[in-house]
Design a protein around this ligand. Structure first.
Ligand code: SAH
Ligand code: SF4
Ligand code: F3S
Length: 441
């Protein structure tokens, strides 16, 4: 088999990152080796995101640019997968005649066959949804590698239909994977040397709710924690309405479960939350935050917030600022509302101008920067267990993550990469901490 090169560009969330890893694994069997330079590639795949208009636009721009590469090398295979592929389907083949493949979010397993066809000049689009739990096992998990931390998909899809969000339409119905398969995968990863697993799903904490025979998410975490060799467990993303007492108790009981949780509120105003169809109030959200802080003092809470949702008044906006002050997020992802086709909010009138939305965004960003810096400074003088994952920011430094998820850079020998060390924090920056090695493993 001739060596062929694959360039894959991934947009969007961890789900897509994980899918791209699977694609690379699958296409290795067809003789494709990953490359970092698109001009060397025999195949270019874009794994796309359509959560906001801007993300979708980026994909079209990229596709326009790729036309010249295809002209220069006619045998080049161009494919689009992920959420824009799911949303647009074969429109993409019509709109971009130089495109060969379009594969939806449930069709990764068809890719090897589609690529074989494309090698013989076939253009093809596959975007049918598969709405049963077998879809999660239709494509192979990522094969062994020495990386320390790996994603493990536990569920996919979303049934929540938040009124602004396109994800339920492009990822399909919520489906949980069988716990026996998840545990097999975690055990296999542990025996390959993986020490941290990140349990992944659009709504991880509604895992198992549809099935009487499977454990709930809290019980699943307890089972994963029993796997020998796994030292750290994280999960993402959680919905506040499914943040059960059992799950909160895991933070008190399980030292392997890292003290970090991504729990997006989206807004601090009950009126906006109701129009967003989030099915919780600001008060119940804050109750969960208090319970999490009680279960694991110092837990690092991260979240997402949308600014400029249709009808967001100055008062609603002020309530978002107050919520941020109260929760004190370690980190917050802030988004300007973007109307998405087919969603319920797309029909709501938008009164705010782009400038007003951006002005509100700037105020949220300013507040969050201050809170993040205060939290980062509070780590100075503390001693943290760090899983060393790679080289640091500066020469001579190595880098890893503390239990809270914070990045810690510190002077140290490359031989320590792959181990756990104890580090004293000596300085704090906006996006990372600086440490000094205390003791070797
Ligand atoms: N399932 C996850 C996240 C899905 S998308 C959850 O429920 O938390 C990631 C983030 O993108 C969302 O949390 C939301 O803050 C943001 N987002 C989704 N749709 C959006 C839209 N139409 N405009 C702006 N931000 C949006
Ligand atoms: Fe989108 Fe809401 Fe589902 Fe998250 S829970 S993916 S924001 S619909
Ligand atoms: Fe984007 Fe799809 Fe993820 S829309 S955020 S890549 S589920």
């Amino acid at each position: 088999m001739n060596e062929k090169y694959l360039f894959i560009e991934t947009f969007g969330c961890q789900m897509n990152v994980n899918d791209s890893e699977r694609i690379v694994t699958m296409l290795a069997d067809l003789g494709y080796t990953p490359t970092a330079t698109p001009t060397d590639a025999d195949m270019i795949l874009l794994n796309t995101c359509s959560v906001r208009g801007g993300a979708e636009e980026k994909v079209y721009k990229r596709l326009s640019h790729l036309r010249s590469l295809k002209k220069a090398k006619n045998s080049l295979i161009l494919g689009v997968g992920g959420c824009v592929a799911q949303q647009e389907g074969d429109h993409l083949l019509l709109k971009f005649p130089w495109l060969d493949l379009v594969f939806g979010t449930h069709n990764l397993h068809l890719l090897p066959d589609m690529v074989r066809g494309a090698e013989n000049g076939e253009r093809r689009c596959e975007t049918a949804f598969i709405d049963n739990d077998q879809r999660l096992d239709l494509f192979p998990p990522v094969k062994g590698s020495s990386r320390l931390s790996r994603f493990v998909t536990v569920m996919q899809g979303c049934d929540n239909y938040c009124s602004y969000c396109i994800v339920p339409y492009v990822r399909g119905r919520e489906i949980s994977r069988r716990s026996a398969d998840i545990l097999d995968e975690v055990r296999r990863l542990a025996s390959d040397g993986v020490q941290e697993v990140v349990l992944l799903g659009q709504n991880v904490n509604s895992y198992g709710l549809k099935s009487a025979d499977e454990p709930g998410f809290a019980q699943l975490i307890r089972l994963v924690a029993e796997v020998e060799g796994i030292r750290r467990i994280r999960f993402t993303t959680s919905h506040p309405k499914d943040m059960s007492d059992e799950l909160i108790a895991c933070f008190a009981d399980l030292p392997k479960l890292c003290g970090q949780i991504h729990l997006p509120a989206q807004s601090g105003s009950d009126a906006v939350l109701s129009r967003m169809n989030r099915s919780y109030s600001c008060a119940t959200y804050l109750d969960k935050i208090r319970a999490l802080n009680a279960a694991r003092p110092g837990i690092a809470i991260t979240g997402d917030m949308i600014v400029g949702f249709p009808g967001e008044s100055e008062e609603d906006f002020g309530q978002t600022l107050s919520l941020m002050e109260e929760v004190r997020y370690a980190d917050l992802f802030l988004f300007v509302y973007s109307s998405r086709p087919g969603t319920r909010a797309a029909g709501l009138p938008e009164e705010l101008s782009r400038e007003q939305k951006v002005e509100r965004l700037e105020r949220l960003l300013g507040l969050q920067r201050r809170i993040t810096m205060e939290i980062n400074k509070s780590y100075v003088g503390t001693v943290q267990a760090v899983m060393v994952e790679g080289e640091g920011k500066r020469p001579g430094q190595i880098s890893g993550r503390a239990d809270s998820g914070r990045i810690v850079n510190f002077p140290g020998d490359h031989a320590l990469i792959g181990s756990f060390v104890t580090v004293r924090i000596v300085a704090a920056y906006q996006n990372s901490l600086l440490g000094e090695l205390q003791q070797n493993p």
